[in-house]
Design a protein around this ligand. Structure first.
Ligand code: MGD
Ligand code: MGD
Ligand code: SF4
Ligand code: MO
Length: 887
C-alpha cells in the first residue's frame, strides 16, 4: 500500500457502487468544493451529475443533531443506556432471536463489521439483515452456487477491453454513469466494440445500444437458456476449460435444450431475428462481458437469472480473463464491504459460511466470543414479518429507510410502528422510517464520517472526514460499540477508532486462510493508524504475502472455491411467462438519473431536482388511450395494498401492459407516491430478494378539477391538495399539485399553500378557460406565485423558479403573471444538471446548425462536464435516434 501526499482531502463518493474518488477542498468561507480524483482508478477524475453536485448537499437543514427519546431531546448516555437495557431485556426474556438489526450497504465497512460481530458472536443470533437483501442478494446466491464463494471475477478494465458488452436489467447510463462513460470512451476508441442492452424499457442506456432487446419481464432465464443451447450447437463451448473446471454442464445444457427457438421467442417476447442476432454476436465474440443489475436480481427468478448468465460464461471459458466475464455491478457505495464482513443474515464474517461448523468455530475462536449464531437468521421480508407478528421485540434500523424501500411498504411501516422497541440511527430528523422510532440516534454522514468502502470491482477506498462534526451526531461504529459495551462486552468492543476495527477485519480475513477463501486482505492486518489514514485505493485479494503472480481477476486459472475446485453450471428452468391478469398492469420500478433512493441527500440539491421534479408513471400510448388518459394528467395506480398518485408520462419506451414508476418519491416530497406500498412481498426462493420490479396494479385516470404549479420560499403543507409533489429550488421550493374539488376561495387557498399571511397579492383570472394566477410580493420582492388551470398547467417552470426573490416594480409585475418574468429565461426542462442547460436551449442549438453532441456541447456547454446527459442530448437529435428491436 502506498502512502499519499497531502493536499485536498481524498474521499469516495457516497452514492453508487462505481466508487469514484473525489477531491474535497474546504474553502475559506466554510464551503466545500468537490472535484473528481484524477488518480482514483475507478473514475480517473470523472464524476457524474450526483457526485458533482455533492457540494449542494451539506447544509444541516433537517439533520438529526441530538438523540431523541419519544421525540424529545435526551443526552447520549440516557439514550444508549435505554437501548442496551431494552435489547438485553428482550434477549433475557425471549431469547436472542427476539432482537434484530436492519442495516445498510451505505454503512462503512467498520460500522458493518462491529454490528455483525455483536449480533452473530455476542447476542448469538443471525437476525441481522440489510437493504442489500433488496439489492444484490440474488447475485450473492448465484455466485455461491456457481463459484462456491461470493466472488466478483472481473474488473472495470474488462469493460474497456471487451468487444461485446451485454447489459442485462441495468440502466448503466443513469445508475453507474461513470462506468458507463468509460464504456462510451472505449467505444469511441474502438468502434468495433458492440453494446447490447436487455431491458423491457427503452432506457437512456438502451437508446445508445447497437441492439436493444425489449424483453418481456422475467424472460431473462429463457433468453440465456436459449443462448447456452445455441453456444452448444455452434461448437462455441471451451471443451478444455469445461473438462478441467466446470461441473454440471450436461444437466444445464439438457435443461436449455428443452426449449426451441419458438418457445424462447414466446417467453421473451423477442423475434427470432433478434434472438439470432444476439446469439450469433455472443457466440462469435470471445471478449464478452455480461453486466447485470436489478432487472436480474430483483425477481422471483433472480438467482436463476444470475446462474443462467454465468453458465454461458463458464461453458465458453470466458471468465477471469481480460475483457471477459459475468459482472454483477453493485448499487450502493459499500454493498461489497457489507458482503466482506458477512453482514447478511445467511453469511458469516470474511466470506465464511454460517452453515459450516468449521467456519463458525474459526470465527468464534478469532472473536473469543461467548457464542456464535448457529443458523441463518431472518431475511428482510421475513424479518419484517417477524416484527409484525411480535416475534421481534427490539429492532435497530441503521442507514436505511425501509418504510419506503421495502415491498409492501405500508405493512412494513405498520410493523415498525407497532414493534415494542425501535431504534433508528439516521442522519435526518424526519424520514418515513425515522418518524416511527422510539429512539432516534443522530449519525454522522458523508463528509463527516471516516472509514472504508469497497466498490463493484473489489477496490477498497477510504471515505474521509472533510466537515466538522455537527451537533451531537456520532459515527455508527461508535454507537454500536457503546451498546455492545453496555451489554457487557467491554473488551471485545474496545475500539478507539475505525483503524482498530479495520485491522481486526483484515486479520480475520487472513486467519487460517491459506488460499481457501477468496476474501483475504491480510496485507492490512498490521498497518499503523497513519498508514490507514493515508491508504490509497487497492483491490483485493491482498494477502499478507503477495505472490509474484498476483492476479486482480479470479477464475482465469480454472480454480474455484467449491469442494472439488470446479465451478458448477446450475441447471435452471425457465419460469412461466409473466402475464398480468386481466386489466392489471405490471409495475416495473427503478431509478432516475439525478435522485438517490429516498432522496434524503439528493433532494437537497436544486440542480438535481431540475432534471425530473416529480413522481411519474411511464405508460404505453395504447394503455393510456384505453383508459382515456392524456399526457401530464395525474393518474392513480392502485391494488389491494393501497394507491398512489403520479404524473402520466405517455411513451412507447415501455411495453404495452407495463408501466414504470421511480422508486424515489416518499412522504417527505409527495403526498402519496411511495410505490413500495403497491408491491407484493414476493421473494426469490433461493436468495430471499424481493421482486421489486414486478408489481401488479390497476391504472386509472382521476378527474382532478384543478391543476396547479407554485413557487414558494417555504415547503408547502402536505394536507391541502390531493396530489402534491415538492422539490427544492435555488431560492425555495417548487410544487406541482392537483385537486379533485375546486376550493371556494382560491386566493385564500393560494396563501395557505405558500404559508403567506400579510403579503401583497396580485391576481389574474381568465373566465373562458378557468385559469387563475396569483403572485405575492413583499415590497418589490416576489415571494411566491401560484398558477391554476382546469388542465395540467402549461408553463415554462424555470422562468418562474428563477424569478422568485427578485424585485419587480409595480409596472413590471404583470410579467410574473404572464409567466415571462424578465429574470428567468425559458430554458425548458433541465437536461444537463452540471451546467444547468435546458431542453429548449439544446433544441435552439440544433435548429441553428449543431448536428452532433459535441457541437451542441460547444455551443451550449451541455454535456461537457460529467457526460451523464449526453445520451439524452443525443435523443433530441432526430438523426441519432436508434431503432429498437421487437415492440
Ligand atoms: N441515479 C441513481 N443511481 C443509482 C441509484 C439511485 O438511487 N439513483 N441507486 C444505486 C443502487 S443501490 C442500485 S442497486 C443500482 C441499480 O441500478 P440498475 O439496476 O441499473 O437500476 P434500476 O433502475 O433499478 O433497474 C434497471 C433496469 O431493470 C429493468 N428491468 C425490470 N425488469 C426487468 C426484467 O425482468 N429483465 C430485465 N432484463 N430488465 C428488467 C428496468 O426496466 C430498469 O431499466 O443503482 C445505483 N445507482
Ligand atoms: N420499488 C423499489 N424499491 C426498491 C428498489 C427498487 O428498485 N424498486 N431498490 C432497492 C434497493 S436496490 C436499495 S439499495 C434500497 C435503497 O433504499 P434505502 O436504503 O431505504 O434508501 P436510502 O434513501 O438510501 O436510505 C438511507 C438512509 O440512511 C440515512 N443516512 C445517510 N447517511 C447515513 C449514515 O452515515 N449513517 C446512518 N445511520 N444513516 C445515514 C439517510 O438519511 C436515509 O434515511 O431500495 C430498495 N427498494
Ligand atoms: S458514478 Fe456518480 S454516483 Fe457513482 S460513484 Fe461515481 S460520481 Fe458517485
Ligand atoms: Mo441497491
Amino acid at each position: 500500500m502506498s502512502v499519499e501526499a497531502s493536499g485536498p482531502t481524498r474521499s469516495t463518493c457516497p452514492y453508487c457502487g462505481v466508487g469514484c474518488g473525489v477531491l474535497a477542498t474546504r474553502n475559506d468561507d466554510g464551503n466545500v468544493s468537490i472535484a473528481g480524483d484524477p488518480d482514483h482508478p475507478a473514475n480517473y477524475g470523472r464524476l457524474c451529475s450526483k457526485g458533482a453536485a455533492l457540494g449542494e448537499t451539506f447544509d444541516l437543514e433537517g439533520r438529526l443533531l441530538r438523540p431523541l427519546i419519544d421525540g424529545k431531546p435526551a443526552p447520549w448516555d440516557r439514550a444508549l443506556d435505554m437501548v442496551a437495557e431494552r435489547f438485553t431485556q428482550a434477549i433475557e426474556t425471549h431469547g436472542p432471536d427476539s432482537v434484530a438489526f436492519y442495516l445498510s450497504g451505505q454503512l462503512l465497512t467498520e460500522d458493518y463489521y462491529v454490528a455483525n460481530k455483536l449480533m452473530k458472536g455476542f447476542v448469538g443470533s443471525a437476525n441481522i439483515d440489510t437493504n442489500s437483501r433488496l439489492c444484490m442478494a440474488s447475485s450473492v446466491a448465484g455466485h455461491r452456487r456457481a463459484f462456491g464463494a461470493d466472488t466478483v471475477p472481473g474488473t472495470y478494465a474488462d469493460l474497456e477491453l471487451a468487444n461485446l458488452i451485454v447489459l442485462v436489467g441495468s440502466n448503466l447510463a443513469w445508475c453507474h454513469p461513470v462506468l458507463y462513460q468509460r464504456i462510451v470512451a472505449a467505444r469511441t476508441r474502438r468502434p468495433q466494440m458492440k453494446l447490447v442492452v436487455i431491458d423491457p424499457r427503452r432506457t437512456e442506456t438502451a437508446s445508445a445500444a447497437d441492439l436493444h432487446l425489449k424483453i418481456a419481464p422475467d424472460g431473462d432465464v429463457a433468453l440465456f437458456l436459449g443462448l447456452l443451447a445455441h453456444l452448444g450447437k455452434t461448437g462455441s463451448f471451451s471443451d478444455d476449460y469445461i473438462r478441467r473446471s466446470v461441473g454440471g454442464l450436461d444437466e444445464a445444457l439438457a435443461s436449455a435444450c428443452a426449449h426451441d427457438l419458438e418457445d424462447i421467442s414466446t417467453r421473451t417476447g423477442l423475434s427470432h431475428r433478434d434472438l439470432q442476432q444476439f446469439y450469433e454476436l455472443f457466440a462469435t465474440t470471445e471478449r464478452v462481458v455480461t453486466v447485470y443489475s436489478q432487472g436480474v436480481n430483483q425477481s422471483v427468478s433472480g438467482t436463476d437469472k444470475v446462474n443462467a448468465i454465468i453458465n454461458c460464461h463458464l461453458a465458453t471459458g470466458r471468465i477471469g480473463r481480460a475483457g471477459m466475464g459475468p459482472f454483477s455491478v453493485t448499487g450502493q457505495p459499500n454493498a461489497m464491504g457489507g458482503r466482506e464482513v458477512g453482514g447478511l443474515s445467511n453469511m458469516l464474517a470474511a466470506h465464511m459460511q454460517i452453515e459450516c461448523a468449521t467456519d463458525r468455530d474459526r470465527v468464534q475462536r478469532f472473536w473469543a466470543s461467548p457464542t456464535i449464531a448457529t443458523r441463518p437468521g431472518l431475511k428482510a421480508v421475513d424479518l419484517f414479518d417477524a416484527v409484525a407478528d411480535g416475534r421481534i421485540r427490539a429492532l435497530w434500523i441503521m442507514g436505511t429507510n425501509p418504510a419506503v424501500s421495502m415491498p409492501d411498504a405500508d405493512a412494513v411501516k405498520a410493523a415498525i410502528a407497532n414493534c415494542p422497541f425501535t431504534v433508528v440511527s439516521d442522519a435526518m430528523t424526519d424520514t418515513d422510517t425515522v418518524r416511527l422510532a422510539d429512539i432516534r440516534l443522530p449519525s454522522l454522514t458523508w463528509g463527516e464520517k471516516d472509514g472504508t468502502v469497497t466498490n463493484s470491482e473489489r477496490r477498497i477506498s477510504r471515505q474521509r472526514t472533510v466537515l466538522p462534526t455537527p451537533g451531537l451526531a456520532r459515527a455508527d461504529w461508535w454507537q454500536m460499540t457503546q451498546i455492545a459495551r453496555r451489554m457487557g462486552f467491554v473488551e471485545a468492543f474496545d475500539y478507539e477508532g475505525p483503524a482498530d476495527i479495520f485491522r481486526e477485519h483484515a486479520a480475520l480475513s487472513a486467519f487460517e486462510n491459506a488460499g481457501e477463501r477468496d476474501f483475504d486482505i491480510g496485507a492490512c492486518a498490521r498497518i499503523t493508524t497513519s498508514e490507514y489514514d493515508a491508504m490509497r485505493p487497492f483491490q483485493w485479494p491482498a494477502p499478507d504475502v503477495i505472490a509474484p503472480t498476483r492476479q486482480t481477476r479470479f477464475f482465469g486459472d480454472g480454480r474455484f472455491y467449491t469442494s472439488d475446485g470446479r465451478a458448477c453450471a446450475v441447471a435452471v428452468t425457465a419460469p412461466p411467462g409473466a402475464t398480468a391478469p386481466d386489466r392489471l398492469l405490471r409495475v416495473n420500478t427503478g431509478r432516475i438519473r439525478d435522485q438517490w433512493h429516498t432522496m434524503t441527500r439528493t433532494g437537497k440539491a436544486p440542480r438535481l431536482n431540475a432534471h425530473i421534479a416529480e413522481p411519474f408513471c411511464e405508460i404505453h400510448p395504447a394503455d393510456a388511450a384505453f383508459r382515456d388518459i392524456s399526457p401530464a394528467q395525474i393518474v392513480k395506480l392502485s391494488n389491494e395494498r393501497g394507491e398512489i398518485l403520479i404524473r402520466a408520462l405517455i411513451t412507447d419506451r415501455v411495453r404495452r401492459g407495463e408501466v414504470f414508476v421511480p422508486m424515489h418519491w416518499n412522504d417527505q416530497f409527495a403526498n402519496r407516491a411511495r410505490i413500495g406500498t403497491l408491491i407484493e412481498a414476493l421473494a426469490d426462493p433461493v436468495s430471499g430478494q424481493p421482486a421489486l420490479k414486478a408489481g401488479l396494479a390497476t391504472l386509472s385516470r382521476v378527474s382532478h378539477k384543478l391543476y396547479g404549479f407554485a413557487v414558494s420560499p417555504e415547503k408547502p403543507p402536505a394536507g391541502l391538495c390531493d396530489y402534491l409533489a415538492m422539490a427544492r429550488t435555488q431560492g425555495g421550493w417548487r410544487a406541482e399539485f392537483a385537486l379533485e374539488d375546486v376550493p371556494d376561495d382560491l386566493p385564500s387557498f393560494a396563501r395557505h399553500l405558500l404559508r403567506h399571511g400579510g403579503v401583497q397579492e396580485i391576481g389574474y383570472a381568465d373566465a373562458d378557460n378557468g385559469r387563475r394566477r396569483f403572485a405575492f410580493f413583499e415590497g418589490e420582492r416576489l415571494v411566491g406565485a401560484v398558477f391554476l388551470a382546469e388542465e395540467p398547467v402549461q408553463l415554462a417552470r424555470n422562468t418562474l423558479i428563477a424569478a422568485l426573490d427578485h424585485l419587480y416594480s409595480p409596472t413590471e409585475r404583470w410579467q410574473v403573471l404572464a409567466g415571462c418574468a424578465r429574470h428567468g429565461i425559458d430554458t425548458g426542462r433541465i437536461v444537463c444538471a452540471c451546467e444547468s442547460v435546458g431542453a429548449n436551449t439544446i433544441r435552439n442549438a440544433i435548429a441553428s446548425g449543431c448536428h452532433n453532441v459535441e457541437a451542441i456541447g460547444k455551443a451550449t456547454r451541455a454535456g461537457i462536464n460529467c457526460g451523464s446527459c449526453r445520451t439524452e442530448i443525443a435523443s433530441l437529435l432526430p438523426s441519432l435516434q436508434t431503432a429498437t428491436a421487437a415492440e
